[in-house]
Ligand binder design. Structure first.
Ligand SMILES: [Zn+2]
Ligand SMILES: [Zn+2]
Length: 167
C-alpha cells in the first residue's frame, strides 16, 4: 500500500515511483514533477523562503514581522436537525489568525450545541479550534507553508525551464 505524493490517494497496485515519491497515476506523476524539484532543493533554502514569507506583510492587517502563515478555523452551527460545518483556510499573521479562530471557537461554543448531534460534536469542534490556536501561537513557519512555498518555487523553476525550451 502506498500514498500518492500528489493527490494523497491510497493505492495498492501499480503507480509510479520517482526518487522518494510515489504517484498513483500518470497524471499525478506529471503534476508531481514539481515535488521532485522540491526534493532537490536544499533544506536551508526552503527554510529561508518560509522565514521570509513569515516575516513579510500580513495580507489582512498589512503589518510586518507578525508571523504570516497558513491558518485554519472550524465552525459548527446546529439548529435542531441541521448542522452546518465549515472549515476555512487562509493566510494571515498570528494576531489576525488568533482573532478569527477565537471568533469561530466562540461561535461554535454558542451555536454548536442546538441539535442532538451538535451536543456530541461541539466539544470536538471547539477542540479543533483550540488546536489551531495553539498552532497559531508558534513562532516559526509551519511545515505546511514551507511545503507550499517550496512547491511554488519549484513550479516557477519548471515554468522557466519550459519557456526556455520552447524558444
Ligand atoms: Zn495521485
Ligand atoms: Zn495580520
Amino acid at each position: 500500500m502506498a500514498v500518492c505524493s500528489e493527490c494523497g490517494a491510497l493505492f495498492f497496485v501499480g503507480g509510479q515511483k520517482h526518487g522518494a515519491r510515489k504517484f498513483c497515476s500518470e497524471r499525478c506523476a506529471e503534476k508531481g514533477v514539481a515535488l521532485l524539484v522540491v526534493d532537490q532543493m536544499p533544506k536551508p533554502a526552503i527554510n529561508n523562503l518560509a522565514r521570509q514569507f513569515f516575516d513579510a506583510e500580513c495580507p489582512v492587517c498589512h503589518r510586518t514581522n507578525r508571523g504570516v502563515d497558513l491558518r485554519r478555523d472550524h465552525r459548527l452551527i446546529s439548529a435542531i436537525v441541521v448542522q452546518h460545518f465549515s472549515d476555512r483556510q487562509y493566510v494571515c499573521c498570528r494576531s489576525c489568525g488568533a482573532r478569527r479562530q477565537l471568533g469561530m471557537l466562540g461561535a461554535t461554543l454558542a451555536l454548536g450545541w442546538w441539535s442532538p448531534r451538535g451536543i456530541f460534536m461541539t466539544p470536538v469542534w471547539v477542540g479543533k479550534n483550540a488546536f489551531e490556536l495553539i498552532k497559531t501561537a508558534r513562532n516559526r513557519p509551519s511545515a505546511e507553508i514551507s511545503d507550499l512555498l517550496a512547491r511554488e518555487a519549484a513550479e516557477d523553476i519548471l515554468a522557466r525551464v519550459q519557456t526556455s525550451a520552447n524558444c
